[in-house]
Write a protein that binds this ligand. Sequence first.
Ligand code: ADE
Length: 235
Amino acid sequence: MRIDVLTTFPEMFAAQPPAALAVSIPGRASAAGLIELVATDIRAFSDNKHKKTDDRPFGGGPGMVMMCQPLWDAVHAAEAQDPRPATRILLTPQGVPLTQALVESLAARPRLLLIAGHYEGIDERVIERLAPLEISIGDYVLSGGELAAMVLIDAVTRLQPGALGDELSNQADSFSPDEAAGRRLLDCPHYTRPRDWMGAQVPDILLSGDHGKVAQWRLAQRLARTAERRPDLLA
Ligand code: ADE
């Protein structure tokens, strides 16, 4: 899969891959060539002699607004670099929430083009014309879309076939569909050695060697946790 990131801060993606994506599962996936990450500097496409990408908002108010032209040209230049059709995505707090179901859908596409906004926002006209899928990573405001883009890239990368050492290991992740329960549940608690840590014991069932009982216990734990912490997932 190819992932393009359009940004006015390309230095955040200068390392190949960026430090945050160079370790663990995303790091291995990049090394194995499962994702190809290409950053494009929006500023390089500004036809303004000062390479401006933002201007003051019509109607007044604080902050700056990203201009249409540099972003429009950057998107088309990036898309022309590769024949695979790109799913355009704008990272913004106004977008639809990023869920594991959405990550699964995006992970199956040949190419994503991520636009990281900054300033007070982006001129609405270029958003309307580009018609990107607008995605938020949560109900809080970041200084820009770059970190949100990295979050999305990490989540999508670990679903690429071959990215996980153990192909089964994402099946019990939080938010992965649980076949027995028919829903997306939180993960169960996990334990490792020692059996006794400062007087706290590992649940007996996990030491029983009865795989059926262990699976039952884990599902019950996932359901109980989800009911307690995220009842919205069961509604
Ligand atoms: N840009 C700023 N805040 C954001 C958020 N919560 N999600 C996605 N992009 C953003």
